[in-house]
Ligand binder design. Structure first.
Ligand code: HPA
Ligand code: ZN
Length: 335
């Protein structure tokens, strides 16, 4: 089962590039940039990764990202992630980046964008991983700040497929960003949003009704609203579920209590993703493996999850079909 999980071709749709910063690379980059980190060693950083909720994680995540200043830093970060992804047979990835985390510190949008994009192009050429970029707005900041960020993205628009919404969910409902998302969609961006991670099902409704999202990041609290579940099933609006994240941030007390299996059995288009793997203890294959063991998932459940990951992507219909044909070929070989 373990080798099946690692080798099955898969797509990753919910990964914050800043959340892939492993402590070893964080220290290396901080040292060359002369940045002081709030830890004195890699081990003490890892020890501090013990979270009570989303906010306690975000505080540490933004502190880690403060080491990133130059194009080389963002390139190294993205390249390190792509190598790990390739080792787990990730064939396609849709990467989130948080420009405001960096522009707030005086790093230009262009520096962040160009370096991540260059690494993705190299990832395609040398590792065979196809990719798309998604710009996330920080929802704890104002709608005006998000609008300004959208403006900064204009010169790079042809290389950004969608806008998203992340950071502190409670108290920052999707409705706060309706105008920004209206503008983004009118300019041709697709949209997604984190909703129903810590926030209530109403936030998922808002993301659908007001932000017109193509998929929901997390969305696990949909289960509290049967009408919403029915809607998500009927429209096959995908959920990008992140099991290790949900346990580390105490959305669920343990993996055995996670509702992923229930979501699959209800017919939702659920996918498994790693969110912030450097902080939550595992990349996509570890997320699938932990969920498999904790929820007793079958090979067929895992096939469904990875097939959903290609279906739920922003690839064209023909590209999706190519990946799914490869997936079915893989399945035929292992059965
Ligand atoms: N939720 C909200 N914001 C985030 C997350 C998350 O899981 N990871 C990085 N930013
Ligand atoms: Zn996330």
């Amino acid at each position: 089962m373990k080798s099946f999980i690692y080798s099955i071709p898969k797509a990753e749709l919910h990964i914050h590039i800043e959340g892939t910063l492993e402590p070893e690379l964080m220290f290396e980059i901080a040292q060359r940039n002369d940045i002081k980190l709030p830890y004195n060693s890699v081990e003490s950083a890892r020890k501090a990764y013990n979270f009570q909720n989303l906010q306690s994680f975000l505080d540490i995540y933004y502190a880690g990202a403060s080491a990133l200043l130059y194009e080389q830093d963002f390139y190294d970060l993205t390249w390190a992630y792509l190598q790990r992804a390739a080792n787990q047979n990730v064939r396609h990835v849709e990467i989130f980046f948080d420009p405001q985390t960096h522009t707030q510190r005086g790093v230009s949008f262009e520096t962040v964008f160009n370096s991540i994009h260059q690494a993705l192009q190299d990832g395609h050429q040398h590792l065979g991983i196809s990719s798309k970029l998604i710009l996330c707005f920080l929802r704890h900041l104002s709608a005006e700040a998000a609008m300004e960020t959208l403006q900064q993205a204009k010169p790079f628009q042809d290389r950004i497929v969608a806008v998203g919404l992340d950071s502190s969910e409670l108290g920052n409902p999707p409705s706060k960003f309706k105008e920004v998302f209206d503008k983004a969609r009118s300019e041709g961006f697709l949209s997604i949003a984190h909703a129903g991670e810590e926030g209530p099902p109403e936030y998922i409704w808002e993301a659908i009704d007001l932000l017109k999202v193509s998929r929901i990041d997390h969305g696990v609290r949909c289960i509290e609203d049967p009408q919403l579940v029915q809607y998500l099933v009927d429209k096959q609006i995908p959920l990008t579920v992140c099991p290790l994240s949900n346990v580390k941030l105490r959305v669920f007390n343990s993996i055995a209590e996670h509702n992923l299996k229930q979501l699959i059995d209800l017919g939702l288009c659920a996918t498994v993703n790693s969110d912030d793997p450097a902080y939550f203890g595992g990349y996509i294959a570890e997320n699938i493996a932990v969920a498999q063991a904790g929820l007793n998932l079958s090979q067929d459940d895992i096939y469904k999850l990875v097939k959903n990951s290609f279906q739920a992507s922003f690839l064209s219909a023909a590209e999706k079909q190519n990946f799914i044909t490869d997936l079915d070929r893989f399945m035929a070989q292992v059965s």
